[in-house]
Design a protein. Structure first.
Length: 167
């Protein structure tokens, strides 16, 4: 059964989560550089969340110690939850776009020209390009699929952490 893999090979499960994140990042780079889609500020934040999940899960899989895996696994779980939140917010903006949609600054322009306390709310407010659906697969936008992937990673990480902490 699938849950037995969590007990027998937790390092492999963590490495698989990290590999899934790298595959998602590679697909995002493909969409940007080959297909020509420009990422919005919320897409870039989701990429950073993927990098954090991949890093934390990869570091957790590097050693077989239970405490090491639990600590880094919790950080990976929190990063996946943050990524799911951002993807859900973007999906909400795509389904219910604001009445006044402005194509504001890009992500780096916000960070460079505004203090971080002002830039973060601007990112989550979403600009006009965050509400646009440029690409779909099976009826879902990139944000929808990103949300599903983040939630799936969070479920796998949560199951792994719960089973590791009980052993």
């Amino acid at each position: 059964m699938v849950l037995n893999a969590f007990d027998r090979a937790p390092r492999r499960v963590l490495a698989l989560v990290a590999a899934a994140c790298v595959a998602m990042l590679a697909f995002g780079m493909y969409l940007q550089h080959v297909v020509g889609l420009e990422p919005c500020p919320m897409c870039i934040v989701q990429r950073y969340a993927l990098i954090l999940v991949a890093f934390c899960a990869g570091v957790a899989s590097a050693r077989g110690q239970k405490g090491w895996q639990l600590g880094w696994g919790v950080l990976a779980l929190l990063s996946a939850g943050f990524g799911a939140f951002v993807a859900a917010r973007q999906s909400w903006l795509q389904w219910y776009p604001p009445e006044i949609a402005t194509c504001g600054r890009d992500f780096y322009g916000m960070i460079e020209h505004f203090p971080i306390g002002r830039a973060i709310p601007m990112i989550f407010r979403g600009s006009g390009d965050c509400t646009v659906v440029d690409w779909t697969f099976l009826g879902g936008s990139i944000a929808n699929w990103s949300f599903i992937c983040f939630v799936a990673m969070a479920i796998v990480l949560l199951a792994l952490l719960v089973r590791r902490s009980r052993r």
